[in-house]
Design a protein around this ligand. Structure first.
Ligand code: 13P
Length: 248
């Protein structure tokens, strides 16, 4: 049985003070809920969120990490630094990182492998552009991201990874994939994991959908059999909206 897992991705939003205010409100709203959740937030707010969410089941995630232990990598943050703060999750390979910051399947793979040496669970993003979808290449693109991104990762490690299907054309555009489109790709991802690993592994992997998820469409998306959760951008910035999604 896979427990639903809803993660927020705040992207480059919220100061420390704003994060603290969100946490104070959200903690109260979330209490007693069975659905698992985490907030993936800017580095500067992680410590305050870990502190605020201490003693609750609410996880805290980063949105990126470097794959080296340490070194001359100006502007980067290591897995050890995140672990020291007490971070539970880390997004890897978000399309915005791929598009604006040169993330590739190869760096995704290195980051996943480094995270898997720690207690931090990766949330690995995959998804096609509109151009790729219109050209009928959507399944090839996502399969390629999985095969290359997960290269050399063992069965035991694979079950720790959350996979998020995020079609680029549905991110921040208000244009959500239909539940059928989202469900179809999440089923394809699970089948690809069966091919790469086996049914037992694929059955345990949490697969999220992300792209303009909001309170109004969360139920129909979560009703799709192969969708176990959502990676929520804009709608995770308001505690009440995010809680409505969690309560789908
Ligand atoms: P939106 O929910 O704002 O479309 O963002 C989705 C996303 O990129 C989550 O990682």
């Amino acid at each position: 049985m896979r427990i639903p897992f809803m993660a927020g991705n705040w992207k480059m939003f919220k100061t420390k003070a704003e994060a603290k205010a969100f946490a104070e409100e959200f903690k109260g709203l979330y209490e007693g809920t069975d659905v698992e959740t985490a907030i993936c937030a800017p580095f500067t707010t992680l410590e305050v969120l870990v502190e605020e969410f201490g003693g609750t089941k609410i996880g805290v995630g980063a949105q990126n990490v470097h794959f080296a232990d340490e070194g001359a990598y100006t502007g980067e943050i290591s897995v050890g630094m995140l672990e020291e703060i007490g971070v539970d999750f880390c997004i890897v390979g978000h399309s915005e990182r791929r598009q604006y910051f040169g993330e590739t399947d190869e760096t995704v793979n290195l980051k996943l492998k480094k995270l898997l040496t720690s207690s931090i669970r990766p949330i690995m993003c995959a998804g096609e552009s509109l151009e790729q979808r219109d050209a009928g290449k959507l399944f090839d693109v996502v399969k390629g991201q999985l095969i290359n991104g997960l290269e050399g990762i063992s069965r035991d490690d694979m079950i720790k990874i959350v996979v998020a299907y995020e079609p680029i054309w549905a991110i921040g555009t208000g244009r959500t994939a239909t539940p059928e489109q989202a469900g179809e790709m999440c089923a394809f991802i699970r089948n690809t994991l069966i091919e790469m690993y086996d049914e037992d592994v694929a059955d345990q992997v949490i697969i999220q959908y992300g792209g303009s998820v909001k309170p109004a469409n969360a139920t129909e998306i979560m009703n799709m059999e192969e969708i176990d959760g959502a990676l929520v951008g804009g709608a995770s910035l308001k505690a009440k909206d995010f809680m409505e999604i969690i309560d789908f």
